[in-house]
Design a protein around this ligand. Sequence first.
Ligand code: NDP
Length: 271
Amino acid sequence: MSRSFKDKVVIVTGSSSGVGAHAAIYFAYNYASVVLTGRNVERLNEVFRKCKESGVPRERLLVIQADVTRRSELARIVDETVKKFGKIDILINNAGEGKFGGLMQSTADDFDKCMETNVKSVLNLTKLATPHLIKTKGNVVNVSSLLGSISVPAALVYSMAKASINQFTKCVAMELAPHGVRVNAICPSYVEDTRFIEGSLLNIPDIETFNQSKERQHPLHRNVRMEDCTKAIAFLASEDAAFITGTLLPIDGGRKCTDVSYAGPMLSSNR
Ligand code: NDP
């Protein structure tokens, strides 16, 4: 895919690792001015370095250390972006954190923290960016999850958070459509090679075995790769998706079509 984002200003939250870092590098490589933001400065600098190594001039990059759960820091992301680049065209609400456990393991504090990081931050940042997005007739892509629409009991509060993001996406898409601003979401199932599992504090002794068990849940028989997410994000953020808004795009190798316990082809071929 060679899609140019020349003259576009893109904010990617959570671009210090995983899906966000991959997408940010893609946008920068495709000529956008990109705001890299997250809490971990070392990892942000590493992404900055990778962008520069692929030929992106430093003038098109802005690194902002910020915690998305703090409203004042979200305001700083918007202010510093507009100060440096003069506008905002695309907002990628990607920063997020997993939280696993069923009803009896989940506390009210878990719920609050999960909603602060995954939902309230998206509401606050989108609100702050909206006047700028209206000026540019820009767009928003939220990184939701397949867990926002399928029910996995062991991911209770996280699933509740991502279900909220799905409704947020659709409601705000309708609200902003008269202004020419589009709002969409991608809904990946399990993405390999990010820091997500580490961050969720899931106790997984053997990641290889875990990855293989996840592969079997996807009819296309592999897990999601970061580039699958990036391509979908870039498509939704681009002019190619000019007539698409309020969509929740599964990136799941067909998993949503199946029962969640899907473990391989179910039809026997001996007749
Ligand atoms: P990573 O843990 O690799 O990335 C998460 C990113 O979010 C990091 O850059 C982290 O930055 C940032 N972040 C988390 N909390 C905060 C905070 N309070 N303030 C600012 N930044 C924050 O995981 P992924 O790349 O996998 O996750 C990206 C998105 O994809 C998330 O929304 C996640 O829910 C979603 N997703 C992931 C799936 C997976 O299987 N990996 C599946 C479906 C959806 P830092 O630590 O520097 O603050």
